[in-house]
Write a protein that binds this ligand. Structure first.
Ligand SMILES: [Zn+2]
Ligand SMILES: [Zn+2]
Length: 164
């Protein structure tokens, strides 16, 4: 994906709004990461006295597995970034850099890098996911199982003691 910014760079404008949807064509990358190929990119490129900065966020959808109930779900992720737009990559620098070539920024590698960096370690299908019963494996979001253990409430233990 190429972002054409040469007109902006040679103009007097100090900022350029970016709002793009595009698709990643790298099948190997898509297979490896389990993400949907459609990516959104919004943000702003602006000039400062001595540099050009791209500040924005990318959005993508990951086929993820819930850490509690183990169900697959679409995890919509947004990740913010700030990158230096440069003519030539500075290997010494540890900022995120985007290189301009013939007035275009080639986004693909940076976007893949940002996706890797924003990958969630542990995901939940819902913050209130009830998980699965440790005894029978029932998905407690969809059904109530009959296992006693999963229904035991410590407050009832006290009641049981009183009944003795
Ligand atoms: Zn879940
Ligand atoms: Zn159960």
């Amino acid at each position: 994906m190429l972002l054409k910014i040469n007109k902006f760079l040679s103009s007097d404008n100090v900022s350029l709004i970016v709002n793009e949807n595009f698709a990643i064509n790298d099948e190997k990358f898509l297979e490896e990461t389990c993400i949907d190929k459609n990516i959104s990119l919004i943000g702003e490129i602006f000039k400062t006295d001595d540099s050009v900065i791209f500040s924005g966020k990318i959005g993508y959808t990951l086929t993820d597995e819930c850490a509690r109930c183990l169900q697959e779900f679409d995890n919509k992720i947004e990740t913010k970034f700030q990158a230096a737009v440069v003519q030539k990559e500075d290997m010494e620098s540890d900022e995120v850099q985007m290189v301009i070539k013939d007035g275009n920024i080639k986004m693909d590698d940076t976007i893949k890098q940002l996706i890797y960096l924003s990958f969630p370690m542990k995901s939940l299908c819902d913050k209130d996911c009830k998980g699965i019963c440790p005894d029978c494996g029932a998905n407690l979001n969809n059904e109530k199982c009959q296992c006693e253990n999963s229904l035991t409430d410590p407050r009832f233990d006290k009641l049981k003691d009183l009944l003795k």
